[in-house]
Design a protein around this ligand. Structure first.
Ligand code: SF4
Ligand code: SF4
Length: 502
C-alpha cells in the first residue's frame, strides 16, 4: 500500500495563476516531475507529493509565481508522537527498509558555536587594523618538532616532518566523486588551487582529469579502499585515513548503484550500477598498533613525503581515541562532529549517534595538552562550521584549521533539501545524471567558492584584529578569547571557557 495513502505531503507547491505565464520553466527544471501542463485546463499543475523543497523552480520562475510552503496539515497534537515520528513509521511499514537521509541532522541539538562569545581589545593591548597592519592567516599542518636542533656549525636543522601550508585555515571536506558530481569536484579542485588550500577526494578515488590539481588534493583511504593505488597516493599532497565520519559514526559508506556511472566505476575501480558499500571497520585495523601500521605503510609507499591524516568521528570517548591517534605516527587528526553533512546515512544513526564538534574539539585539545603530545599532531575539525565566526571560535578552542562541506555546497547552489541520496539533485551537485550535472557550471562554482573563502578570510582578519591578535597561530587554543553564554557549569568545564561576565 502506498505511503501517500497515509501521509499528507510535507510541502505544498503554491502557484499564483495570475502571475504564471505557463512558460513551463518549472516543469523543465524539476527532476522530480512535480510540475506539468494540463492541455485541457490550459494551466500548470503541481504534484506536491513529489516535491522535496529544493527551490529550483522557485528560483527559476521568471514571474515569481511559485512558493513552496510547509504543509500545515496536522495530526492530533501529541507531544510524544509528533508528525515526523508517525510518518517515519508509515514509511517503514511501507518499505521494510532502513530510513536514509542526507546532509547534517536537522534535530534541534545545541549549537555551541552560538553559545560562545568572542573577546575584543580595549585601551591596553589595542585592537589591530587588518587593512593597515599585517595579519597572518597562513597555517602549517603537520607534526612539529619538540625542540630546535643545530648542527656543529650552529645552523638550524631543518628536520620538520612534511607540512601542508594553507593560506587560510579552511579546507574543503571529504566529498567523493560519485556522491557529488564531476562539475562539483572540478569547482572544489580549482578553488582549492586558487586559494592555496586543499580539497578532499573522500572515498571515491580521484578522476584522471583531476590529477593536475594533486598539489591541492588530499586523497582518502577508507575501509572500502575504492580507487586506492600507487599513482593516487603519489599525486596527492596528503593522505587521509578515514576511520569515522561525523554524520554516521560506526558504520561504513553507501553509494547507491544508480550513482555508479561508467566514470564513477572507473575512478572507484568497482562495477558499474552496483551499490558501493564500504565496510564499517577497516578489516586490518583493530588497535592503535594496527592503525600505526597503515599510517607507516602509506608513508613508506610515498617516501615519507606526505603528511598522513587520520579522520575520526566525534564520539563519546574521542579524546582517548585522539590520544592514541596522536601516538600512531599520524601527522594530523581530523575530527568530524555529528552535525556534519553526508551524501547518504541511515537517519537513526545521523540523528542519534555522536557528539557536537565543539565539545569533541575542546576535550581532544585539552587531553593532548595534558599528555604533552599536542604538537605531535595538528587538529582539523569539521561538522557544521558555518561561518567565519564558527571558524574563529574553533581555532580559539584549539583547532589548527577547519574543514567545510555544507557551506561549500551552499556556495555551489545547494538549497539543503536533504535528498542527495536520491541522486536527482536539481542543482547539479549530488547527482550523476548528465543533464543535471550540466546545471552546475564549474567556472561559476569555483568563483563562488573562492569568493566564500576570501570573504571568510577578511572576517577572520577583522575578528582577530578586534582581539588584538595578528596571527592564527596566536589565536589557536587561546580560550581566554571565548566566553560562554547560557551554558551549565559542566558545559563550560568541558569547553574549558568561562561564563560571560567572568
Ligand atoms: S516557471 Fe513560473 S511562470 Fe513558468 S510555468 Fe512555472 S510557475 Fe508558471
Ligand atoms: S546537494 Fe542537492 S540534493 Fe543535496 S541537499 Fe543540496 S540541493 Fe539538495
Amino acid at each position: 500500500m502506498s505511503d501517500t495513502l497515509f501521509m499528507y505531503p510535507e510541502y505544498e507547491v503554491v502557484r499564483d495563476h495570475d502571475k504564471c505565464i505557463a512558460c513551463r520553466v518549472c516543469e523543465r527544471q524539476c527532476a522530480n516531475e512535480v510540475h506539468s501542463y494540463d492541455t485541457d485546463l490550459k494551466k500548470m499543475l503541481a504534484d506536491s507529493t513529489k516535491c522535496v523543497n529544493c527551490h529550483r523552480c522557485v528560483c527559476f520562475c521568471p514571474t515569481h509565481a511559485l512558493k513552496i510552503v510547509k504543509s500545515d496539515d496536522t495530526y492530533k497534537i501529541n507531544a510524544n508522537w509528533d508528525k515526523q515520528t508517525i510518518n517515519e513509521v508509515y514509511r517503514q511499514a511501507g518499505t521494510g527498509g532502513v530510513l536514509l537521509s542526507s546532509m547534517g541532522t536537522p534535530k534541534p541539538y545545541p549549537v555551541y558555536w552560538d553559545k560562545m562569545l568572542v573577546n575584543a581589545s580595549q585601551v591596553t593591548n589595542p585592537s589591530i587594523d587588518p587593512l593597515r597592519e599585517p595579519m597572518e592567516t597562513a597555517v602549517y599542518l603537520g607534526k612539529k618538532t619538540a625542540k630546535l636542533e643545530r648542527d656543529e656549525k650552529g645552523r638550524l636543522q631543518d628536520t620538520l616532518p612534511p607540512q601542508l601550508k594553507l593560506s587560510v585555515p579552511v579546507m574543503f571536506s571529504a566529498m567523493s566523486y560519485g556522491s557529488i558530481s564531476y562539475n562539483a569536484h572540478e569547482s572544489l579542485a580549482r578553488a582549492a588551487e586558487e586559494l592555496g588550500i586543499y580539497y578532499n577526494t573522500g572515498e571515491g578515488g580521484l578522476h584522471k582529469d583531476f590529477y593536475k590539481y594533486g598539489k591541492n588534493t588530499i586523497v582518502q583511504v577508507a575501509s572500502g579502499r575504492f580507487g586506492v593505488f600507487k599513482d593516487y597516493l603519489e599525486t596527492a599532497a596528503a593522505i587521509e585515513i578515514k576511520m569515522g565520519q561525523g554524520a554516521k559514526p560506526g558504520i561504513g559508506g553507501h553509494l547507491p548503484g544508480g550513482k555508479i556511472t561508467d566514470a564513477v566505476s572507473t575512478t572507484r575501480m568497482i562495477p558499474k550500477g552496483v551499490d558501493a558499500i564500504s565496510p564499517a571497520p577497516h578489516h586490518d585495523i583493530y588497535s592503535i598498533e594496527d592503525l600505526r601500521q597503515l599510517v607507516y605503510s602509506l608513508k613508506e609507499a610515498t617516501d615519507y613525503k606526505k603528511p598522513v591524516i587520520v579522520k575520526i568521528a566525534a564520539v563519546h570517548n574521542c579524546a582517548a581515541i585522539a590520544s592514541g591517534v596522536a601516538r600512531s605516527g599520524a601527522d594530523i587528526i581530523a575530527i568530524d562532529g555529528f552535525r556534519g553533512g553526508t551524501g547518504a546515512a541511515p537517519t537513526r544513526i545521523r540523528d542519534n549517534v555522536g557528539i557536537p564538534i565543539e565539545l569533541a574539539l575542546a576535550s581532544v585539545d585539552t587531553r593532548l595538552r595534558e599528555e604533552g603530545i599536542r604538537d605531535n599532531v595538528s587538529v582539523v575539525v569539521a561538522g557544521s562550521v558555518r561561518s567565519a565566526a564558527d571558524l574563529v571560535k574553533a581555532i580559539a578552542l584549539g583547532a589548527d584549521a577547519c574543514y567545510i562541506g555544507t557551506a561549500a555546497l551552499l556556495a555551489l547552489g545547494c538549497h539543503l533539501c536533504r535528498t542527495c541520496h536520491q541522486g536527482k539533485c536539481n542543482w547539479g551537485i549530488a547527482t550523476q545524471v548528465p543533464d543535471l550535472v550540466k546545471r552546475l557550471n564549474p567556472e561559476v562554482g569555483y568563483r563562488r567558492l573562492v569568493n566564500l573563502v576570501t570573504a571568510w578570510k577578511h572576517e577572520l582578519q577583522e575578528m582577530m584584529g578586534g582581539m588584538g591578535i595578528n596571527s592564527v597561530e596566536a589565536l589557536r587554543g587561546n580560550r581566554l578569547m571565548l566566553r560562554g553564554i547560557g551554558l551549565t557549569e559542566k558545559e563550560l568545564s568541558v569547553l574549558g571557557i568561562r561564563h560571560a561576565g567572568e
